[in-house]
Design a protein around this ligand. Structure first.
Ligand code: ATP
Ligand code: MG
Length: 289
């Protein structure tokens, strides 16, 4: 099983949108995919149309040792299974504060289902607390979504320090595999500047033993697309909500890159006709923000 935590402690950068839609694209390829919602906001669970309220079994029950992981996982689409979150996950960090081995609870639970899936994607909360540490201890790869705006890289070094700490103390195979530019707007120089800054940073780390020494900026940028923002309110992935829009093309390309290491950058592909309206809306949204 390939295991990927989607993490950035900055809020609203595209973590949940990425997990929902990359997982859906992988599942549509016929791969067996498990997603875990580690965020008490439960946005991924809601996005996948599966919010069953605070009593629905999920990751909280697994971390608290009240349920085995296989019983808390639910099928939500063909090939796509979810270990969901609910609001009671808010209390998990403080409830587990005295638990021995609290950073590796998820990893131990995952050991029992590893051979059932091809991919695991974890949607992390916007913090570097115990829940995110459990994600880092339980995976081999980290994908960092970055929204290229002012102060995009603020907090980046803290994020990398945390990854290094978990890698050296708990999880030696852990590495930053990929940076994904989300809500990218090629019309603004800021987007390209942020990407170039990250690129320089990664080049300087090559041939070091930093966990990000071999990280790549994924050669597909997720363009700002209003359809991606609308889909969650219908409990749908982008492939169900608007399969011909730019957002679907971009996330499809990210899934292709994950599977093969190759992707056709979608940025210069003209939008499909069905999506022309969405493009106009998108321009309006970006101007309004
Ligand atoms: P949090 O840190 O709160 O968990 P997040 O990093 O998971 O946030 P998302 O919830 O995925 O971020 O995205 C933040 C908001 O931006 C959401 O309303 C989402 O629908 C919207 N969004 C994400 N990606 C795009 C995109 N490419 N174009 C337009 N809107 C987007
Ligand atoms: Mg989120």
């Amino acid at each position: 099983m390939r295991t990927i935590a989607v993490l950035n402690q900055k809020g609203g950068v595209g973590k949940t949108t990425t997990v929902a839609n990359v997982a859906a694209a992988l599942a549509l390829k016929g791969l067996r995919v498990l997603v875990i919602d580690l965020d008490p906001q439960a946005h991924l669970t809601i996005h996948l149309g599966s919010d069953g309220g605070p009593d629905t079994p999920g990751i909280y029950d697994v971390l608290m040792g009240e349920m085995v992981i296989a019983s808390a996982i639910k099928p939500v689409r063909e090939n796509l299974h979810l270990l969901g979150a609910s609001i009671n996950l808010v209390g998990a960090e403080s409830e587990l504060v005295n638990e021995v081995g609290r950073e590796t609870l998820l990893r131990k639970a995952l050991d029992t289902v590893r051979d059932r899936y091809d991919y695991l994607l974890i949607d992390c909360p916007p913090s570097l607390g115990l829940l995110s540490l459990n994600a880092l201890a339980g995976v081999e790869e980290v994908m960092i979504p970055v929204q290229p705006h002012f102060l995009a890289l603020q907090g980046f070094s803290r994020l990398l320090q945390t990854i290094t700490l978990i890698q050296t103390r708990i999880n030696p195979p852990l590495r930053v595999a990929a940076i994904l530019m989300c809500m990218f707007d090629s019309r603004t120089s800021l987007s390209s500047e942020v990407r170039d800054d990250i690129d320089n940073f990664l080049v300087n780390a090559r041939n070091t033993d930093a966990p990000w020494a071999n990280a790549a900026i994924i050669p597909v940028h997720i363009r700002r697309n209003i359809k991606l923002a609308e889909a969650p309110s219908y409990g749908k992935t982008i492939f169900e909500y608007e399969p011909t829009c730019n957002g679907a093309a971009d996330y499809q390309a990210v899934a292709d890159w994950l599977c093969t290491g190759v992707a056709t950058p979608t940025e210069h592909v003209p939008p499909p006709q069905a999506c022309a309206d969405a493009q106009t809306e998108t321009a309006e949204v970006s101007e309004g923000e």
